[in-house]
Ligand binder design. Sequence first.
Ligand SMILES: NC(=O)c1ccc[n+]([C@@H]2O[C@H](COP(=O)([O-])OP(=O)(O)OC[C@H]3O[C@@H](n4cnc5c(N)ncnc54)[C@H](OP(=O)(O)O)[C@@H]3O)[C@@H](O)[C@H]2O)c1
Length: 308
Amino acid sequence: MKTINLGNSGLQVPALAIGCMRMDGVTKKEAERFVKTALELGANFFDHADRYGGGSCETIFAEAIGMTAAVREKIILQSKCGIRPTYFDFSKKYILEAADGILKRLKTGYLDVFLLHRPDALMEPEEVAEAFNELQTTGKVRRFGVSNQNPMQIQLLKKYVKQPIVVNQLQLSIPNASMITSGLHVNMGEDGAVNRDGSVLDFCRLHDITIQAWSPFQYGNPWAGGGLFLGSEKYPALNALIDELAKKYAVTNTAIALAWILRHPARIQPLTGTMNSDRLRDCVAATDIVLTREEWYGLYTAAGNTLP
Ligand SMILES: NC(=O)c1ccc[n+]([C@@H]2O[C@H](COP(=O)([O-])OP(=O)(O)OC[C@H]3O[C@@H](n4cnc5c(N)ncnc54)[C@H](OP(=O)(O)O)[C@@H]3O)[C@@H](O)[C@H]2O)c1
């Protein structure tokens, strides 16, 4: 498995991360088989959130992997907090309580990376800073990051938080690539020029923040009418080209979808959500593919994205 530097933290992590959001959807046996396969493939970076399965995904994971001190040393654990059932919460009290709950469920003394899950409109950055300091000095968290944040939100946080922000988790897939589209259409009188994220892609590159691409196989928000684009009738041209490239590189369509994200020079780390061991092998195969420029742009436009 190829590795990348997480932010500029010096921590080498697999080019591909495993999202555990759907782990409550499989049996205990399947979860055990899945984490075993992941470790065999060198995919030892696991993403969690206190929100996933109401905390149950973290519990299931710790059981499936048979968490011990020895196992813990072999894996990289990331989790997130900030989403409550009906609102967002970056208060110091909540962040500290959430971290303790996560550590307990994951049966570990520390997290390698801890992220703020989704922007809280009522955030007091001073409180976040206090929480981060406490989590760092007590050894509970080694690195910090954010998710779904734009450049100004990160700058605001950085004014108060002394720890580097090493990760920003954002939705990205071939058909859901507005962060790339707005950079291509700069200053044009076209829909593609609409900048929805404050140029977050360039900002993260400038500040050594690793973008983790969530839902890399979905064409929209999975909770708001999105769905899988692989094999979907909504994307005939995209699927035809994906299939052609899959043949050329002797991999599955799953691998080509990830190879498109991996080809970007920002060294974006895709966050896969599969719980299927065979599909995970297909995903890992993507890390050996380097698409040509023509192929990369071809997939981008076949998905309906435009060039100026
Ligand atoms: N920060 C955030 O706000 C945020 C939001 C959402 C997710 N995330 C993170 O991102 C991770 C990935 O999200 P996701 O699960 O929506 O991503 P995804 O990898 O795009 O979707 C995975 C789902 O697609 C299914 N699938 C069906 N056919 C597939 C194929 N050919 N190739 C790949 N997948 C196929 C998988 O089923 P099988 O299990 O049967 O393969 C699984 O249910 C999550 O686990 C979580 O860690 C973060």
